[in-house]
Ligand binder design. Structure first.
Ligand code: NAP
Length: 279
């Protein structure tokens, strides 16, 4: 049983909420970050009462410039020190690149990449000074190949995977572990946002995905692909020739651009662009 503190982004639902539940069960105190204050407070109350751990809530839109700094400021003001950072918050976009609403991909990059890098940059130096700590970055099986009709999302997840592998190498022997968790389709609200049309393959539960991730961290793995089917896709599909790999990925996703898009909650940039476009 440990009382070390884990900060989980995107903790209001899905994989993030499941990380919070499983980490609380392991005795971690928690800082939960997302936009949905009500959902975070309900989860925090449940975990305090069920597990007796300390849980703080930080309500933050990670599309905002300076979001990572604002989160760290709130954590510091609460007198907390983060030993495990779970960069989980994220969403996807799907469809022809030119059809993605203006600003939506930029918002995605702010959440999936900029906030992830900012929080890592802000919190890892303290871990290095203390000589212990860990980072879990949630990537995706989309990280392993180019994915037409998921161009920004898959390229972003490749960034997350390679960023994690690079940092892991830098911090080897310095007490800080870095793991990239690369799930395939998982039953969460992710597909309400990106659209069911984007789902290719068999779904796993968030419970199984997070359990695999935490087991991987315990074993100091570089990255984890949960589920046999996902491992086959990630590891056995050839990487070259790249044109052929891209063509196959396009064939698999061929129905995506013409399927109806879900009503998408707009982030900061997309909302501003929509407001400007309205006469
Ligand atoms: N589900 C899958 O099939 C799958 C597969 C591979 C990888 N992933 C990755 O897994 C991670 C978690 O996704 P999920 O499946 O759990 O999806 P989800 O159920 O939709 O949860 C997404 C989480 O991210 C938070 N979030 C979204 N936009 C945010 C913003 N602007 N600011 C702050 N928080 C924000 C949401 O909270 P609020 O809405 O309350 O802000 C929510 O807590 C993502 O990085 C995703 O790319 C998912």
């Amino acid at each position: 049983m440990t009382s070390r503190t884990a900060l989980v982004t995107g903790a209001s639902t899905g994989l993030g909420a499941e990380f919070a539940r499983q980490l609380a069960a392991r005795g971690h105190d928690l800082v939960l970050v997302a936009r949905s204050a009500d959902r975070l407070e309900v989860l925090a109350a449940q975990l305090r009462s069920a597990r007796g751990v300390r849980v703080d809530v930080v309500v933050q839109d990670l599309t905002e410039p300076g979001a990572a700094a604002a989160v760290v400021e709130a954590v510091t003001a609460a007198g907390r020190q983060v030993d495990l950072l779970v960069n989980n918050a994220g969403f996807g976009t799907a469809g022809r690149f030119e059809d993605i609403p203006d600003g939506r991909d930029e918002d995605q990059l702010m959440v999936n990449l900029v906030a992830l890098v900012g929080l890592t940059r802000a919190l890892v130096p303290g871990m290095l000074t203390r000589g212990h700590g860990a980072v879990i970055n949630v990537a995706s099986t989309a990280a392993f190949q180019p994915s037409p009709f998921f161009a920004t999302y898959s390229a972003g997840k490749t960034f997350v995977l390679n960023f994690s592998l690079s940092l892991r190498s830098e911090y080897r022997g310095r007490g800080v572990k870095v793991l990239a968790l690369c799930p395939g389709p998982t039953r969460t609200e992710f597909f309400d946002v990106v659209g069911e049309r984007a789902a290719v393959g068999r779904f796993m539960t968030a419970e199984a995905v997070v359990r695999a991730g935490l087991r991987g961290l315990d074993r100091d793995r570089a990255y984890v692909v949960p589920g046999l089917g996902n491992q086959v896709t990630a590891h056995l599909v050839p990487r070259r020739p790249r044109r052929m790999v891209t063509a196959i990925a396009k064939l698999v996703a061929r129905s995506v651009p013409d399927a109806p898009a879900p009503p998408q909650p707009l982030g900061r940039r997309a909302a501003a662009a929509a407001a400007q476009a309205t006469p």
